[in-house]
Write a protein that binds this ligand. Structure first.
Ligand code: MG
Length: 341
């Protein structure tokens, strides 16, 4: 007998976070607890409004999915089998909780259950949202130990912002355009971004502009990574000739089981892999972090961007991800009064 509980998880951002699509200060996530045989597995839904998901739809889908779950020993694929189309954030929450339960049942941390080397966990990048050059410069200084910065682009001031960043730091730089550019605009920007020694560009064109992205890639001086253009494993063969790599997010793909399929499929297509996130607490971030030994880039800073993370889990030490050793996800409620990292 499995029982499900869920409750609102309101996460307040340290800085208003601007993308080319808009800005926000608070994220309305959902915490999911699955209880089975005296153990509790934790999961988190970070609904993506762009895909018609919100906290209420996620809560309803979680309940529907739990009613459909089969044998929990088949935890890798159980959430996929019970999924509701288009509700990947909810699917991811159930999937995380099932993986957490499995690790707790077997008494091993998730990375060990999956057979990964925790020492192979990479450095994580730290995201800097759209802002004025002055504010971006301040954020670069705040980013302290992080050796990789991911800068959001899509404003009139893009070039001034990037030049400011490059003036004040020689750290590795990734750029995320969040679908904000035209083909001609992308051509021009890629040239000067390459001159600033940027390492890759994520989602330069809108997701539906695949042919144009293919054309752009042929002449691009920088690798192009798909984010909005790739959701699930089935998308990868279609986009493989337009991008050099993909950004996998648990909330976008439906969880750990689907992410593992995507990583294997991307590798088979010769693509590089980034593991990204939404704004999430340490529940969702730690779930993704357990997969980070498999990937080239980890962009798992969603919990660093919030002021009120109620949990602890994966930590960042000198810019690198350190996985927790407790069974399952290894996520614990944050002790009252202890500072967020
Ligand atoms: Mg992105």
């Amino acid at each position: 007998m499995i029982t499900v509980r869920h409750r609102p998880l309101d996460l307040h951002l340290r800085h208003t976070f601007r993308l080319s699509r808009g800005a926000s200060d608070v994220r309305h996530n959902l915490l999911v607890e699955l209880e089975h045989e005296g153990r509790v597995g934790l999961g988190e839904a970070a609904p993506i409004p762009r895909y018609a998901q919100d906290r209420d739809s996620s809560a309803a889908v979680v309940e529907t999915m739990v009613g459909r779950l089969g044998d929990l020993r088949a935890f890798r694929d159980a959430a996929r089998a019970a999924a509701v189309d288009g509700q990947e954030a909810a699917q991811a929450a159930v999937d995380m909780a099932l993986h957490d339960l499995a690790g707790k049942r077997m008494g091993v941390p998730l990375y060990e259950l999956l057979g990964f080397d925790p020492r192979a966990a990479p450095a994580t990048s730290y995201t800097i949202g759209l802002d004025t050059p002055e504010v971006v410069e301040r954020k670069v200084h705040e980013a302290g130990a992080y050796e990789i910065l991911k800068v959001k682009m899509g404003s009139e001031e893009d070039r001034a912002v990037l030049e400011t960043v490059r003036d004040v730091t020689d750290r590795r730089l990734l750029v995320d355009a969040n679908e904000g550019w035209s083909l001609d605009g992308a051509r021009e920007r890629l040239e000067w971004l390459a001159g600033l020694n940027v390492e890759l560009v994520e989602q330069p064109l809108p997701a539906d502009r695949l042919e144009e992205t293919r054309a752009l890639r042929r002449e691009s001086p920088l690798p192009l990574f798909a984010d909005e253009s790739v959701h699930r494993v089935e998308d990868i063969p279609r986009i493989a000739s337009a991008f050099d790599g993909i950004n996998i997010k648990l909330a976008k793909c439906g969880g750990i089981g689907e992410a593992l399929r995507m990583i294997a499929t991307a590798r088979a297509h010769g693509m590089r892999v980034m593991l990204g996130c939404m704004v999430e607490s340490s529940v969702g971030i730690t779930a993704a972090a357990h997969l980070s030994p498999l990937v080239d880039y980890a962009d798992l800073d969603g919990n660093l961007l919030i002021a009120d993370d109620p949990f602890t889990g994966a930590r960042i030490v000198d810019g690198r991800i350190v996985l927790p050793d407790a069974p399952g996800l290894g996520v614990e409620p944050r002790a009252a009064g202890s500072a967020a990292w």
